[in-house]
Design a protein around this ligand. Structure first.
Ligand SMILES: O=P(O)(O)OC[C@H]1O[C@H](OP(=O)(O)OP(=O)(O)O)[C@H](O)[C@@H]1O
Ligand SMILES: Nc1ncnc2[nH]cnc12
Length: 170
């Protein structure tokens, strides 16, 4: 199966100059979604991580399915004001704007082995923010899995110090 057949490029969304990778056709196809989740799950098992961490909103779609498939704990990273208990926060830059991400305090325990799952790697700002949040809680990054890598938007070596999965490259 060629998963690229299920990713649409939408020009000038959400702002002029951005080529937006729309993953909804992949989610709309049960076999394509299963195929993608199985590849991510294989990678997550190899990392021997204890915890899967992912950012809202699209990250949740993939990470919760991978957490279910691998029987791993799932910890949420959310945009500001969404998590009800005490949080730690970081600010970061996106391909289209800036953002803040938050993690519930104590969701990650010291020495937890953490794998980050997300749909798209663009500038890497989101993932860098997640790494900062995890490391503030003394978690250890055991791997990072992306469905899509937009290679022109970041340096080639980005995150190479970690076990890294990039299923589709553009
Ligand atoms: O590598 P980066 O430049 O940080 O970009 C990648 C992030 O951007 C998208 O999320 P977005 O913040 O658009 O939120 P959404 O999932 O709620 O649409 C995507 O799901 C990644 O999390
Ligand atoms: N070009 C893009 N397409 C889809 N998601 C993104 N997140 C950041 N940049 C993106």
């Amino acid at each position: 199966m060629n998963l690229k057949d299920y990713i649409l490029n939408v020009e000038n969304f959400p702002i002029d100059g951005v080529g937006f990778k729309d993953v909804t056709p992949l989610l709309n196809d049960a076999k394509a979604f299963e195929f993608a989740i199985n590849q991510m799950a294989e990678f997550v098992i190899k990392t021997k991580a204890d915890v899967i961490v992912a950012p809202e909103a699209r990250g949740f779609l993939f990470a919760s399915a991978v957490a279910y498939a691998t029987k791993k704990r799932f910890v949420l990273i959310r945009k500001p004001g969404k998590l009800p208990r005490q949080v730690i926060s970081v600010k970061y830059d996106l391909e289209y704007g800036t953002n803040i991400l938050e993690l519930h305090k104590n969701d990650i325990k010291p020495s937890d082995k953490v794998v980050i799952v997300d749909d798209v790697l663009a500038t890497g700002g989101t993932t860098e923010a997640i790494i900062e949040l995890v490391e503030k809680e003394q978690g250890i990054i055991a791997g990072i899995s992306f469905l899509i890598d937009l290679e022109s938007l970041h340096q080639k070596e980005l995150f190479k110090q970690y076990p890294l999965q990039k299923i589709l490259k553009y």
